[in-house]
Design a protein around this ligand. Structure first.
Ligand SMILES: Nc1ncnc2c1ncn2[C@@H]1O[C@H](COP(=O)(O)OP(=O)(O)OP(=O)(O)O)[C@@H](O)[C@H]1O
Length: 517
């Protein structure tokens, strides 16, 4: 037998054994008495979802209605069959099902914290936009997986209540009761029983009983994105189905996108809910667009965002060495013909004790989050990179000089950097009037705060604002914090730097070991 033929036989044998295994095993069957139900988690049209226990594990249990018609039974079997075939970190993990006891049909899945709709509509829950966009990306990754499978899975009931959230705010897609399988390129049409899904979230072609494909999920996802952005209820003004269908399909009505919505997000939402399914993006395009939106939210500096998009677009954080190499290349300190900056810093005797080495030490001291455990790496997050650029400048104009700016500020005894308001008060307590420090503002991006001991030993805080990249207190603007402190010392009543800055020891240690000053 030649090698290719042998390979074919092995592949055939392997596929047969897989088929046999799946015929024997089927979806993991759990017997009725292994499942106990506790608190109610949610009510759906197919049944009720409870928190439960199964084989000593907390689970979610969807208990189907006792009296089910043939169609619901078919949907239940389909949900079990689909869930037992899909595995992805953004799809709720199917654990097993009780399929054999009539009147006791149950599906067990991993237990999640709750659904996204409830979270979004709760005004008490703080969810910054960047976190919401990460949640949207999670959901899009889950649906991308469904749409990329062969055959294709169409979810058919995408809505925020079918997106579940865990304790880390990771989002996972659930509820495959209405999902359908189709071949790539195939279009489907609903039968006599009518459109499937939840009308408010349904694509116009589905509402009208026309041919549809996976782009119907994209339409629903446009509404999901709208709700993730606005945190408002969807179409509260409608209570009549026929008027609703006419508004969506004939008048092409869509929810209002607020003025302050970032332009790329607005464009993405509008493309997703385009009346023509062919104009809607695929989920791979949606994931890419969300990645760009997340990067731009975290890194408002134009060139900083370009750096991250070009080199690290799929990740939220990178290890320090990779970051240093990319950054040094980007600002022209190294190029394709030189060794990488991390190698230069480690092995080049020329850089030992140089300003460049010290500059990178200073950058590292504010950009790297310290490892949480012995096996964790030193990493730079997209957020922290964005913050450092907001504090220290404009990457396009400053290039490598940004590193000098960081070091020069750290050389000032009064600069304490990333300490909290209460830590600044601890450091200033009992100090004479006029003692002061400067730190990063905890609430305004790119801004600084002067904390000082005022009359009678009271401690007060004053913001240094950043209009157009300048540094401003009262009505005076300066090119740097250092110039501002010198220029405004007497008007601000500050005279003595508060000691204790962690950066100063870094600079002194460097000077003692021979750094050029
Ligand atoms: N694994 C889970 N962990 C925590 N809560 C869950 C879980 N699964 C479902 N829920 C809760 O139950 C609700 C209903 O679940 P699900 O959508 O699967 O039921 P359904 O009967 O198919 O509902 P519908 O068809 O009306 O969307 C969810 O919105 C969620 O709040």
């Amino acid at each position: 037998m030649n090698t290719n033929r042998k390979k074919d036989v092995y592949v055939q044998q392997y596929q047969q054994s897989l088929q046999q295994a799946s015929d024997i095993l089927g979806p993991p069957e759990i017997s009725e008495n292994e499942i106990t139900t506790e608190a109610l988690l949610g009510d759906g049209s197919f049944g009720t979802v409870y928190k439960g226990r199964c084989r000593q594990k907390d689970v979610a249990v969807k208990v189907m209605l006792k009296q089910v018609d043939e169609k619901t039974l078919k949907d239940f079997r389909k949900e079990v069959a689909i869930m037992s075939k899909i595995f992805h970190p953004n799809i709720v993990l199917f654990l097993g099902a009780c399929t054999s006891t009539p009147g006791k049909l149950m599906i067990c899945t991993e237990l999640m914290k709750g659904n996204l709709e409830t979270l979004l509509l709760d005004p008490q829950v703080k969810l910054p936009l960047v976190i919401r966009m990460r949640m949207a990306k999670d959901a899009a990754l889950g649906v991308l997986w469904l749409h990329s499978s062969n055959p294709v899975f169409i979810h058919r009931d995408l809505k925020t209540s079918n997106l579940l959230v865990d304790q880390n705010l990771t989002v996972k897609v659930c509820d495959f009761g209405l999902s359908q399988i189709k071949q790539r390129g195939e279009n489907l049409k609903d039968g006599q029983e009518g459109a499937k899904g939840t009308p408010l979230w349904m694509a116009p072609e589905v509402l009208q009983g026309k041919m549809f494909n996976e782009k119907a999920d994209v339409y629903s996802f446009g509404l999901v994105l709208w709700q993730i952005y606005t945190r408002q209820e969807l179409f509260p003004e409608f209570d009549n189905f026929f008027k609703f269908v006419a508004a969506i399909c004939d008048k092409q009505l869509r929810p209002n996108i607020p003025e302050d919505c970032p332009k790329p997000l607005k464009a993405l939402i509008q493309r997703c809910w385009d009346p023509n399914p062919d104009n809607r993006p695929g989920f791979d395009g949606i994931v890419s667009a969300l990645e760009e939106i997340i990067i731009e939210l975290c890194i408002p500096d134009e060139y900083g965002a370009i750096l991250w998009k070009t080199h690290f677009r799929h990740v939220d954080e990178v290890n320090w060495k990779d970051f240093v190499n990319v950054f040094a290349n980007f600002v022209g300190l190294t190029n394709a013909n030189t060794p990488s900056m991390s190698d230069l810093l480690q092995f080049s005797p020329n850089l030992n004790g140089s300003t460049i080495e010290l500059n990178f030490k200073c950058l590292k001291s504010i950009i790297v989050s310290s490892p949480k455990g012995p096996h964790e790496e030193e990493v730079v997050s997209m957020e922290q990179f964005g913050k450092v650029l907001a504090w220290f400048g404009n990457l396009k104009e400053d290039g490598a000089q940004i590193l000098d700016k960081i070091r020069q500020l750290m050389e000032c005894a009064w600069f304490h950097g990333d300490i909290s308001t209460s830590e600044s008060e601890n450091r200033l307590r009992q100090k004479p009037e006029g003692t002061f420090l400067v730190r990063f503002s905890t609430s305004e991006s790119g801004a600084y705060t002067i904390s000082k001991v005022s009359k009678n030993g009271g401690i007060s805080h004053q913001r240094i604002h950043r209009p157009q990249g300048k540094f401003q207190v009262n009505n005076s603007k300066y090119l740097s914090v250092k110039e501002l402190i010198t220029g405004e010392a007497s008007s601000l009543g500050i005279n003595t730097p508060c000691l204790g800055s962690r950066f100063l020891s870094l600079i002194y240690k460097a000077q003692l070991s021979g750094y050029i000053n």
